[in-house]
Design a protein around this ligand. Structure first.
Ligand code: ADP
Length: 547
């Protein structure tokens, strides 16, 4: 027997319609490319998104067309975020920090029909124009006529100014109803291994993710909140915040390209931001600025950090020096991205001092609606004892089943689980802690050594700026850890003193066999250590060793 409740498709346009009707005056604030501050409301944003649909229809855009964006966080990008899926097309956010070869690969793989770009990416568009002329017909620069940059396109492509397009369109459009499983957005993973792969979100997955993300033990969005996503809208939909804020009517504050510590601190104070989200590198930059300038954040209460592990000093410094709570989240492009969030349960709520920090370093508990497990090398499930570590698998309605272009389910095991590529423990209270990436874990004599645990200890040495531990092949043990470190400016590193830091902190056989001091370590476009490059260079470092 079927239930007798109304059946209504969960559509992204529904989030925007809700915000426009119930939070009409709710604010959206953007720092523009030119450095000015633009303000409007959820009601105006919804009207402009309708106008954009009309403009796109005039360009011949149809359902399922992919519309690429090369843009930072701002109101025009937000309009594309809602107009594209609202009309049944797909908003394809592209990471402009990738190598141009990767970008043209992504645009062609996605088959983008239109490309939206911030004026700051005009030269990037000119560089890739020839390589993308097979699919992109129209390039729209997200600015007004007065600020149009020079762009060189290939024959057959047309250049447009966003505001001029908008001026020629009307708002006479009603958001259509269609199947909630329709594709809504596309985002390629940054490709730490191999070519980038596309994750194709649906309206249903996005709306469910927005509902879950707004829960009190996750982002806890309220209508009175003023939220600043530093995490870019080109990186997993800014962790879903542009959708979540519409759901709850929270004010959305967007920094554009101005993401240095001073600009962020000013914007947070000027706009009375109380919650913000981004990767640890951003927070380290902000912290450095606050310490150097003596500035304070007058309204921020919570900083959400994710994308890579939060260093303990980040949590301690913001708590002890500024009274701000740093909350740890984990997820990935394939998970929309929210997976776990570190909010205390009863047993952790009273933790204080170092015990609280130790706990807050864990990536957190799985969000409701999705599930996780850890398995050993044979696929056998491991206990939630906080000690056993294994491959982390997830499943749920906002987790990818296949990459763009592949058959549904192609990325899952036979029981429907998605392997995250992370290695972790889960404690009896359900708090997950990442110990490594599957491909980075060091398999020594049949046992696993966590490269992240070794890196965290290395960076506690006073002369070490950054550390990378990789698995180097070994004639006797299969693999052994090799530690590479860079020095802080003005410091020199004595390798023996780095090894001393490990004493008493790890099992003896975890100790790196060697410490190499290097000038710099390679990073990916999203700022993570690029261990693939290091592995290629150093994988045979121990092969001359006697064992
Ligand atoms: P990419 O893997 O292409 O860099 P993602 O943003 O999808 O792009 O990265 C997801 C990965 O980032 C996760 O699988 C995990 O390894 C890492 N990650 C994300 N959040 C955290 C976190 N809080 N702590 C440690 N690692 C994290």
């Amino acid at each position: 027997m079927l239930g007798l409740m109304q059946s209504q498709n969960l559509l992204i346009s529904g989030l925007l319609k809700h915000a426009a009707r119930n939070h009409a005056a709710g604010q959206i604030v953007s720092r523009t490319h030119e450095g000015t501050t633009h303000r409007y409301t959820w009601a105006e944003s919804e009207r402009r998104a309708r106008r954009l649909v009309r403009a796109l229809q005039r360009l011949g855009v149809r359902e399922s067309d992919r519309l690429g964006t090369l843009a930072m966080n701002g109101y025009r990008h937000l309009e594309v975020y809602y107009a594209a899926p609202g009309m049944g097309a797909i908003c394809h956010t592209i990471n402009p920090r990738l190598h141009p070869d990767d970008i043209d690969y992504i645009v062609n793989h996605a088959g983008d029909r239109v490309l939206f770009a911030d004026p700051g990416f005009a030269s990037l568009v000119s560089t890739i124009a020839d390589a993308i002329k097979g699919c992109v017909r129209d390039v729209v620069i997200l600015t007004d006529a007065a600020n149009m940059p020079d762009v060189t396109l290939a024959p057959g492509m047309t250049l447009h100014c966003y505001e001029t397009l908008m001026d020629t369109a009307d708002e006479d459009y009603a958001w259509p109803d269609f199947d909630e499983n329709t594709a809504s957005a596309l985002c390629y993973t940054s490709g730490t291994t191999g070519r980038p792969k596309g994750v194709l979100y649906s309206h249903r997955s996005t709306v469910l993710h927005a509902y879950a993300g707004a829960l009190p033990d996750l982002f806890c969005n309220k209508a009175t909140d003023r939220i600043l996503p530093v995490v870019p809208m080109f990186h997993v939909n800014a962790w879903g915040i542009p959708y979540g804020c519409a759901l709850t009517g929270s004010a959305l504050v967007m920094p554009g390209r101005h993401m240095d510590g001073a600009s962020l601190a000013n914007m947070m104070n000027d706009e009375r931001v109380n919650m913000t989200a981004g990767v640890p590198t951003i927070w380290l930059g902000l912290l450095q600025h606050l310490r150097a300038s003596g500035d304070r954040l007058t309204t921020v209460k919570r900083i959400v950090t994710g994308g890579s592990a939060a260093p303990p000093m980040l949590i301690e410094a913001f708590r002890d020096e500024y009274g701000i709570r740093v909350e740890h989240a984990w997820g990935m492009t394939e998970m929309s991205p929210l997976g776990t969030y570190n909010s205390p349960k009863v047993a952790q709520a009273g933790l204080e001092g170092a015990a609280a920090v130790k706990h807050m370093l864990k990536q957190g508990r799985i969000g409701p609606g999705i599930d996780m497990k850890i398995v050993d090398g044979e696929g056998k499930e491991l206990p939630w004892d906080g000690v056993a570590f294994g491959d982390l698998k997830v499943r749920g309605p906002w987790i990818a089943s296949a990459y763009f272009g592949d058959e549904p389910g192609a990325a899952l095991d036979q029981n429907g689980w998605f392997a995250t590529g992370d290695v972790s423990t889960i404690d009896p209270e359900g708090f997950m802690e990442i110990t490594d990436r599957s491909k980075d874990v060091i398999k020594s004599g049949g046992e696993w050594i966590s490269s992240i645990a070794l890196e965290n200890i290395a960076v506690s040495h006073p002369d070490v700026a950054e550390a990378a531990v990789i698995a180097a092949r070994h004639p006797k043990w299969d693999e052994r850890p090799l530690l590479l470190v860079t020095a802080k400016p003005g410091h020199t590193i004595d390798p023996a003193s780095v090894l001393k830091v490990y004493e008493g902190q790890i099992a003896k056989w975890w100790l790196p066999d060697e410490v190499l001091v290097v000038e710099e370590l390679p990073h990916t476009a999203t700022g993570k250590l690029q261990k693939t490059t290091l592995r290629i260079k150093y994988k045979d470092h121990y092969m001359g060793a006697a064992g």
